[in-house]
Design a protein around this ligand. Structure first.
Ligand SMILES: Cc1ncc(COP(=O)(O)O)c(C=O)c1O
Length: 399
């Protein structure tokens, strides 16, 4: 598959789209639930869900209906005015979380930018001008220049040096490293509840509780980047609920509108320190995106989808453990809810991903020796069984 001739649509993309990513030579044209079809009519089972965004699967009728109704009513007005879907989505998010106030953006990175700006206002107002944000090595916070500085991975940072100031990257899952990095300049600590893109890294039981206590002691904001872990991915509506703490600020994106672009910044009342004019956006919070977010979030809550994520995640992991007992090159199965990593003792992940695609299974090759499973949260047992069977066939082909 890697070497097959590009189709007309792929040639077009190669010619006119910037060369920013190594593409897999498949053009998807249709989706329904967990199924995708390419332009040749081949069907696939999707265990990637648009990088953890398609929480309700593809083209869920509740979302399609909300979008088409809103598209016929009001698509966009500026934030100089009120709009109803924005207010309703904010209310729904607040009523179901420990946070009190919301700012809408358009992506995860943009929501995180907002969180860092909020931290700088917090530092200016409460911490004598402190402005630094401590983040973790191996984290992922997005692709804007500041979020590249926040993201503690050299491969994302090197091409863009010099990076914006104001970020300190310290080891993840290491409270002492945070303590050592805290100075009079520190305004906040920003962490993922578990590192997704970094390789499905789960911190130890007490880590976030200890970080919470440290932030309280020093008056720092604790920001959790829940762009990947939020909206049911870890088996609760928000990842922080699985960690036994309450953050001051969270960011969301990906799953909240099941594929429609939206980003969310939420804060406790005491941390909602923007004054009018200090932050803004043209598209963030527009009626179309918020109607999508409202329909999806309501569905997630009403249909207890986070619980499904928990149960199906357990089942999925048990199936992967069975495979681990049969294939000596599988070295680890780990995850929480439907964010699951499968690690190998050699670099086979890319070949395996292509072998899966040949069989009609879409999986995410995250590192040379790691696959990540981030399927839609509405996945069923029989879909897991079907996917595991295809995956087993792909694995046995590698032997
Ligand atoms: C934890 C986390 N934060 C931020 C982002 C960036 O989100 P976006 O691509 O919507 O800007 C991602 C994307 O993978 C992510 O996983």
């Amino acid at each position: 598959m890697q070497n097959r001739k590009l189709s007309n649509s792929q040639e077009l993309a190669q010619k006119y789209i910037m060369n920013f990513i190594k593409r897999i030579p498949i053009t998807f044209v249709k989706g329904k639930g967990l199924r995708l079809w390419d332009e040749d009519g081949k069907e696939y089972l999707d265990f990637v869900g648009g990088w953890a965004a398609d929480s309700l699967g593809h083209c869920h009728p509740v979302l399609s209906r909300a979008l088409s109704e809103q598209a016929k009513t009001l698509i966009h007005v500026s934030n100089a005015y009120y709009n109803i879907p924005q207010a309703k989505l904010a209310e729904l998010l607040v009523k179901n979380s420990c946070l009190d106030k919301v700012f809408f953006a358009n992506s995860g990175a943009e929501a995180n930018e907002g969180a860092v700006k909020l931290a700088r206002r917090w530092g200016a107002l409460k911490l004598k001008g402190a402005y630094e944000v401590i983040t973790a090595v191996n984290s992922f916070h997005g692709r804007t220049l500041s979020m590249v500085a926040a993201t503690g991975q050299a491969k994302f940072q090197k091409p863009y040096e010099p990076l914006p100031a104001g970020f300190v990257n310290v080891e993840y899952n290491d409270l002492e490293a945070i303590k050592k990095a805290t100075t009079s300049k520190t305004a906040a600590v920003m962490l993922e509840p578990l590192q997704g893109e970094g390789g499905v890294i789960i911190p130890s039981e007490n880590y976030l509780k200890q970080v919470r206590a440290w932030c309280d002691e020093k008056g720092l904001l604790l920001i959790l980047d829940e762009v990947q872990t939020g909206m049911g991915r870890l088996g609760k509506l928000f990842g922080y609920e699985t960690m036994g703490i309450e953050p001051d600020v969270i960011t969301l994106a990906k799953g909240i509108a099941s594929g429609v672009p939206i980003g969310v910044l939420m804060a406790k009342d005491r941390a909602s320190v923007f004054a009018p004019g200090e932050h803004g956006t043209t598209f963030g919070g527009n009626p179309l995106a918020c109607a999508a977010g409202l329909a999806v979030t309501q569905y997630l809550i009403d249909h207890k989808i986070p619980e499904n994520s928990y149960r199906m995640g357990q089942y999925f992991q048990s199936k992967l453990q069975e495979l681990k007992s049969r294939y000596e090159f599988i070295s680890d199965v780990r995850g929480r809810g439907l964010l699951i990593g499968l690690e190998f003792n050699r670099d086979i992940a890319e070949n395996l991903m292509y072998a899966c695609l040949e069989k009609g299974l879409v999986v995410n090759h995250l590192k040379p020796n790691l696959l990540r499973f981030i399927p839609p949260l509405v996945i069923t047992k029989s879909e897991i069984d079907k996917g595991i069977k295809l995956f087993d066939e792909a694995l046995s082909g590698l032997k």
